[in-house]
Design a binder for this molecule. Structure first.
Ligand code: HEM
Length: 418
């Protein structure tokens, strides 16, 4: 299932239709397929789907109280508090910072005869960016222990055996979380006193509708969750993107030409809207490889869907990866074809919820614009420095769940452009 989520669920849909019941131990699960299901579950007009109850089961002990683990009024309050850190002036400041960081980070990708394992390199890069932009760590500050703690926490959130026993991955994750909590507590007084532009300092100064600031523990919980929400998803998208640009060199050239056409040595915030080919390439990559292939909720009341009665307390799962490949909504869906998003075709507009890499409704990804900006900032510098490829006939082996990634690290051949 992890390797070929799409194959498994497409077969279920073809055999049984848009509603499929499934038993997983004591948990009752219902799979709902297609864009209508995505709309019903994500928009949740009836207020009957809990994000908290589903995500808490999956990651609640490692990433408690993150935004996605909140429902209703509590979620609305916290989302408003965090939103300031994602508005345009804030994004502009992050972009300036990213531009400075990326130059040194992208150096040396052509070393070792140009043989580069892309996934670990991208992962290290996005984690470094997150440490500086989210946490306000200084350039060059040693964050190795923090990185290790974070990695352990993320791995534990996917663990099957969830027991706090020495030697188990889950236990290492709990310890990783504790390390992060202690570290962030230590940094808190300095961030509270600072007017810096990192997320950490911004959260320290955020005030809710009721005039209440976030408590120390709330700030720490939000930061730890954000690191997780941002890091693996952006790493996954960038890796898939580099792969598709390697096997579709004509698109790599189009992105390069577009970037050169901007005529600027540094990417400015306004340039982000002047990159339509790059935007289409990103959209198509997220269609083919949505980092989150599934989105779960728990029903809090019984409801009717496509003629079936679905009880309360059921894990209701929708599948962006399947919706993104339905022949009913996409032409030649397994083909990498960014033009399908461009004016004149706009296949994604055929249904409001046939394209949902960032989810939708109240819990729609808060970091959407941040993610797109970061991907464009990386591409902007990368395509001007390097050309990259894979050997003829190479196909990236993908593990599609829980977060899409290549199982071989994606070996690339990198060549410097002089
Ligand atoms: C390409 C990269 C990304 C993808 C594909 C992605 C995808 C998603 C999806 C599908 C959800 C909704 C999950 C659900 O409804 O159950 C979500 C939620 C969220 N994402 Fe992202 N994400 C990305 C990057 C980021 C980044 C960079 C950040 C932060 C800087 C971020 C922060 C969040 C937060 C805070 C939520 C919870 C929103 C809420 O509950 O109100 N994401 N993301």
């Amino acid at each position: 299932m992890r390797q070929d989520m799409l194959g498994v669920v497409a077969e279920r849909y073809d055999r049984f239709g848009p509603v499929v019941r499934q038993s997983r131990g004591p948990m009752k699960m219902v799979n709902l397929f297609g864009p209508d299901a995505a709309r019903t579950v994500l928009l949740d007009r009836a207020g009957i789907f809990s994000a908290h109850r589903s995500w808490h089961l999956i990651m609640g002990r490692i990433f408690p109280n993150g935004l996605l683990l909140r429902d209703g009024e509590d979620h609305r309050l916290h989302r408003r508090l965090l939103r300031e850190a994602f508005r345009t002036p804030a994004l502009q400041s992050y972009l300036l910072r990213m531009n400075e960081m990326l130059g040194p980070m992208l150096q040396g990708w052509d070393e070792h005869g140009g043989n580069l394992l892309a996934f670990p390199r991208i992962k290290a890069m996005t984690l470094d960016i997150a440490c500086q932009i989210f946490l306000g760590t200084g350039a060059g500050q040693d964050v190795t222990k923090l990185n290790e703690a974070f990695e352990a926490a993320v791995a534990a959130s996917m663990s099957i055996l969830r027991l706090p026993l020495p030697g188990l991955e889950f236990n290492r994750g709990l310890q990783g979380r504790q390390y992060m909590v202690r570290q962030f507590q230590e940094w808190l007084p300095a961030r509270r006193a600072s007017e810096s532009e990192d997320f950490f300092s911004r959260f320290c100064h955020a005030v809710g509708d009721d005039g209440r600031p976030l408590s120390d523990q709330e700030i720490i919980d939000h930061l730890i969750f954000l690191m997780m929400a941002a890091h693996d998803t952006t790493t996954s998208s960038l890796t898939s993107l580099l792969y598709e640009l390697a096997v579709n060199p004509e698109w790599q050239d189009r992105v390069r030409e577009e970037v050169r056409g901007l005529g600027t040595p540094t990417l400015a915030y306004d340039d982000l809207l002047r990159m339509p080919d790059t935007a289409a390439v990103i959209q198509e990559t997220l269609r083919r490889y949505p980092p989150l292939s599934t989105i779960p909720r728990v029903s809090t009341e019984p409801f009717e869907w496509a003629g079936y009665e679905i009880p309360a307390g059921v894990m209701v799962v929708i599948y962006p990866i399947h919706t993104h490949h339905m022949r009913e909504w996409w032409s030649d869906p397994f083909r990498f074809d960014p033009e399908r998003f461009q004016p004149g075709r706009e296949e994604h507009a055929r249904h409001s919820h046939s394209y949902v890499p960032f989810g939708g409704g109240n819990h729609m990804c808060l970091g959407l614009r941040f993610a797109e900006m970061q991907i464009k900032a990386v591409l902007f510098q990368l395509v001007q420095r390097y050309r990259w490829s894979v050997p003829d006939g190479y196909q990236m082996p993908v593990q599609q769940a829980p977060i899409s990634k290549p199982t071989d690290g994606l070996p690339l051949q990198i060549e410097r452009i002089d």
